[in-house]
Every structure is written in structure tokens, then in C-alpha cells.
Design a binder for this molecule. Structure first.
Ligand SMILES: C[S@@+](CC[C@H](N)C(=O)[O-])C[C@H]1O[C@@H](n2cnc3c(N)ncnc32)[C@H](O)[C@@H]1O
Length: 450
């Protein structure tokens, strides 16, 4: 029996592009399953056999994964707070927990294997030499160490939970280790008589009583999810402890993009083998790194005018190379990605030489200013138009400064045609991803040597 799994793609796609369409398309392509896109922001649901769990973890556009215990499409909440909460409490003993808990256990055993492999690799890896450390940069090195440690700790914590069978907890309270759990309630809708905290508290109390587990908000083995969106209620069990969006990045900057959104942007321009893909304003390199990992048949070039950003991106690539050294696979051969310091308005690239441009432009908030964008945006679009192949070239550009972008695009409509817009949420800001197609129009060359 195929369990129903859920994934959350935080960056919601709205308007012409249906919400979470990227994640649903990825599930279809990689797992061959159709997804139901929920009305609840950014969530998709799909059924796959339990043996596909490792592949599910390899999905690139979802932030969090969970297994569904039960979903109620039209839950009738009682009117008063007391009655509604009592009802939720009563629900716990009626839910079909057994199969979802088996999936949770299977998931833990997979993590346990991964942790074991990681430990063996750590033992094999010699200490980092002086020269490598110098390349990494001092402050960021600590950041990397912290990330690495906490990841390992998290995995160990989860696997310790798997040592006792979750379903057997009720029977073997005596000598078996008591599982720790927490309930997380996500609630959206204005017609509820209770808060998320109240729902989590009362539902959690009933879970504790039913399984005889111990509540622990920070150091838990099982995370029970109670998702309430208007009249839709989904009870699930989390299969990921921390969001999957931090993969591959060890050196963060002020505006590091989520890898899941970077993946979605790259996917939008449908990279083909041998394509040359550039991110001319790469910051810490989230987009080109995701590109090089997921589309290794393409050649990726990243650049930024800020030396600190170039250093961080280079450090991220170094960390990736080091991580790959421990893998006995083709990934250890290297990463098809180069990084350069440059100015987007004057790129050291030949006219018409680039197939795809994917970049996250300065919003004018934390980086640059709205005032500077009025000059920067048209100059960028012009130079990107020069290096991009006429007729087949495409660009996927993210910005929150939509007004400035629209104005710049209207001035350069002869070289760029807007194909569609996807709305995304970036750190609470309402931003847009534009897919542009390069027209056949030739661009006047500023320098004869290109
Ligand atoms: C929104 S941030 C990109 C963040 C990046 N996606 C990441 O994951 O870290 C925009 C970047 O544009 C760079 N930038 C601004 N003006 C530039 C210019 N004229 N040429 C090249 N890069 C520029 C900034 O230094 C900054 O790193």
C-alpha cells in the first residue's frame, strides 16, 4: 500500500503558474506520480511506494517532507473554542497511525545508514590543512563547522528514536526508551475559534496519553504535524528535521537564496546538455551551485562585482569539492562551475555566447538601493541581451523591484520578450521571477574585439 506523502515548497507559485507547480512537475518527472496541489499554501500530496523514500529525499524543489496520517478535506469545527479543541483531542485515538509510523521508522533507518557512512568518511578524511583553511576565510569556516556538527547531531538524534519501535511504545513502557515528541500546528484561515498554540497543546496532550510518549519541544524524536487551512485538516509526521533548502551552502551571505528556489528558477529555463548557463550576480553562488549539481552536463559560470561575495561563492565550491572527495562516485571528478569577479554591465564574455542566464537581482533593500536600480536594471538587461544567443537564449530573473524591472524591460522589449511571470515569497517579500526569451534582434556591440 503506497503511503501518502506530502511536501512543502515554501516558494509558492501563483497566478498563471499554478501554486507549487514546480514541485509537482518534479515529482511527476522523478517518481512518476501525480500530485495533488493543496489549497494550503505551497503544499503538494503524492503517493509513492515506501521503497521510493530515498528518491523522495532527493527531490530538489521541496523544503520539508512528511507522511500523511489522515486528511480531512471538509472538517466541521465545532463553534466554541472548548468544543472544537475537545473534538481535535478526541481525533487522536481514531487516527490510523500504524502505517505512517512504519514509514517514519523506515525513514529513520535510512538516516541512520547515512550517518554511519558520514562517520566512516570523517574518520577517513585527513585533518584540513593550513592552505585549505586560508582559502575558506575565518568567520565562514566556523559557520561551516557549526552546520556540519548540527547536521550530524540531528541525524543521530533521529536514529536513536528508531531503536525502539514507535508502535510498540504503548506496550513496552518499562525498559524501552520512551520516545519524545512535539506537535507543530500550522493554521491558516480566520474562522477558527482557537489559536495554533491551543490546538497544538490539546492535540499534543491527547497524543501523549495515547502513545505514552514524552513531550519535548526541542529534543524530540517524532514531530507530529497538525496542518489546518480553513476546513482542510491534515495530520502528518515529519520526515525531515530541518528544511532541505540549505543543502550545498556552507558560507552564507546577507541574501543567500534558498537552494529550493534556485532549483525552481533553473528548471524554468529547461537547461539542455552542453548549455552554457551563467549567473552574473551570483552572491554566495546558490544558483550556479544548484545548477552544477543538478545539471552537470551544462557548463556554469558565476560572477559578482563584490570580492567578498566571490570569496564566499569560491568557499562554497571548495566545500562541495571536499564533500565530493569522500564519495566514491563520479561526483568526485569535480564541479562544472567557474567563478569570476566582474561587473554585470561589462561582462568579459563574447556576444551571443551564452544559452541561459539565471540570476537573483539586487532588490535595492539589503543590497544596493532602489535608486541605483533605475540605472542598473536597464544596463543589465542590455548587457545580458548582448551575451545571450539570439532566438534561443533565455533568462530567468528574480527581483522584488517589479516597477523598476517593468520599466527597464519596456525599454529593451526589442531584445527580450517576457514569456511569463511566477510570483514567489522571498523572506516574506513578494517577489517575481520573470522568464524572458531572447529575440532574434542583434545588439549593437560596444567593443569591436567581442
Ligand atoms: C540578491 S544578491 C544575489 C544573492 C545570491 N543569489 C546568493 O544566493 O547569495 C545580488 C548580488 O548582485 C551583486 N551585484 C550588484 N551589482 C552588481 C554589478 N554591477 N555587477 C555584478 N554583481 C553585482 C551583489 O554584490 C549581490 O551579491
Amino acid at each position: 500500500h503506497a503511503p501518502l506523502l506530502g511536501g512543502k515548497a515554501r516558494e509558492v507559485f501563483g497566478q498563471r503558474h499554478p501554486r507549487s507547480a514546480t514541485a509537482a512537475a518534479e515529482v511527476q518527472e522523478k517518481l512518476g506520480s501525480a500530485s495533488r496541489i493543496s489549497r494550503d499554501r505551497g503544499k503538494i500530496y503524492f503517493e509513492v511506494p515506501a521503497r521510493c523514500l530515498p528518491e523522495v529525499h532527493r527531490l530538489r524543489s521541496v523544503d520539508n517532507l512528511f507522511v500523511v496520517v489522515q486528511e480531512f478535506k471538509d472538517y466541521q469545527f465545532k463553534e466554541t473554542k472548548e468544543d472544537a479543541l475537545k473534538d481535535l483531542e478526541g481525533l487522536v485515538k481514531k487516527l490510523p497511525w500504524t502505517d505512517p509510523l512504519r514509514i517514519w521508522e523506515l525513514n529513520n533507518s535510512l538516516k541512520k545508514k547515512k550517518t554511519k557512512r558520514k562517520k566512516q568518511n570523517l574518520q577517513r578524511t585527513p585533518a584540513v590543512g593550513q592552505s585549505a583553511e586560508e582559502m575558506q576565510g575565518e568567520a565562514s569556516q566556523n559557520e561551516e563547522d557549526d552546520n556540519e556538527q548540527s547536521e550530524t547531531k540531528n541525524e543521530l538524534r533521529a536514529s536513536s528514536g528508531a531503536e525502539t519501535k514507535a508502535g510498540d511504545e504503548r506496550k513496552d513502557e518499562g525498559d524501552a526508551k520512551v520516545l519524545k515528541f512535539r506537535v507543530t500546528c500550522n493554521r491558516a484561515g480566520d474562522k477558527h475559534s482557537f489559536t495554533s498554540n491551543e490546538a497544538a497543546r490539546d492535540f499534543g496532550g491527547a497524543v501523549q496519553e495515547h502513545f505514552q510518549w514524552k513531550a519535548d519541544m526541542t529534543n524530540f524524536d517524532v514531530e507530529v504535524l497538525l496542518n489546518i487551512h480553513n476546513n482542510e485538516v491534515v495530520v502528518g509526521i515529519a520526515l525531515t528535521e530541518e528544511s532541505l533548502h540549505r543543502r550545498n551552502i556552507t558560507h552564507f551571505g546577507p541574501t543567500t537564496l534558498r537552494s529550493t528556489l534556485a532549483y525552481g528558477m533553473l528548471r524554468l529555463c529547461d537547461p539542455q546538455p552542453t548549455d552554457i548557463i551563467i549567473d552574473p550576480m551570483c552572491g554566495t553562488g546558490a544558483i550556479p551551485i544548484e545548477g552544477a549539481m543538478e545539471w552537470p552536463g551544462c557548463y556554469h559560470i558565476a560572477g559578482d562585482n563584490n570580492p567578498q561575495a566571490v570569496k564566499r561563492a569560491a568557499s562554497n565550491i571548495c566545500s562541495l569539492l571536499k564533500k565530493n572527495e569522500n564519495k566514491e562516485s563520479s561526483a568526485s571528478l569535480g564541479v562544472p562551475l567557474d567563478i569570476v569577479q566582474w561587473d554585470i554591465c561589462n561582462l568579459p564574455l563574447r556576444t551571443g555566447s551564452v544559452d541561459v542566464i539565471v540570476t537573483d537581482m539586487p532588490f535595492g533593500k539589503r543590497i544596493g538601493s532602489k535608486k541605483k536600480n533605475w540605472d542598473l536594471y536597464p544596463a543589465c538587461l542590455m548587457e545580458m541581451g548582448r551575451i545571450c544567443t539570439p532566438g534561443t537564449g533565455r533568462a530567468v530573473l528574480l527581483t522584488q523591484d517589479k516597477k523598476c524591472f517593468a520599466k527597464a524591460l519596456s525599454r529593451l522589449g526589442h531584445i527580450w520578450r517576457k514569456n511569463h511571470t511566477v510570483w514567489v515569497n522571498v523572506g516574506g517579500l513578494h517577489a517575481a521571477v520573470y522568464l524572458l526569451k531572447r529575440t532574434w534582434e542583434r545588439v549593437e556591440e560596444k567593443r569591436s574585439f567581442w
